[in-house]
Design a protein around this ligand. Sequence first.
Ligand code: HEM
Length: 216
Amino acid sequence: MSFDSKVTTAKSGKSDAILDWLQMCSGVALIIFVFMHMSLVSSVIINTNIMDTIAHTYEKNYMAQIGGPILFLLFLFHFYLAARKIPFRFEGQKTIWAHAKMMHHRDTWLWIVQVISAMLILVMGSIHMWAVLSDLPITAARSAARVQSGPWLYFYLVLAPLVVLHVVAGLYRIAVKWGFIRDYQRSKLNRFATGLAVVFICIGLATLVRFMTLTA
Ligand code: HEM
């Protein structure tokens, strides 16, 4: 290998590591956002006034008007970084599928789940943000009216579990890939991640039931 090609390889290795690190940081920010978002929206289960007060404070501080578009950019940035490793060509997809079947490895399947859910979340998350942010102010009554109209209930019944699966799988993969946990702790982490997913899927479903039963 020539000196020039060694330098080029070292440089591309370094920039790949930086992009990987940025992907992890943007992923962690989105994981925190999703858990906070689902918890705050679920306040409607306790009392509609709590959700209205949170939404009002959020908008009064321009967190929806400015924070919303910033979040959307972060969302796109994270997808752009992750897309470096997604095989968009059919040949690549066939190879990954064959490897996953051959290796019988749970973490390889988890990666496939993450890639497929990412595509759907990109489209559905964008539609959701557009629908909410173009119809401010946010109130429990308006959200309930939306969830009770058209296909929105089915839309959220798909989006909520999908988002939870994606972020929990992301959390697990970050912990393993960046060495936050050791090999022997993997099964413990797996149990924790499964529990977390079950809790947040239940919170999401309970929120939707509350929106469906709320009368104006
Ligand atoms: C600033 C951006 C966002 C705002 C202001 C916002 C606001 C809301 C509001 C008001 C609801 C109640 C239902 C409705 O009104 O239609 C809701 C529900 C929901 N949002 Fe968002 N959202 C944002 C971003 C996101 C993102 C990025 C995701 C994930 C990709 C997401 C996932 C969900 C889910 C799954 C529900 C259903 C509620 C549940 O079952 O817990 N949201 N959001």
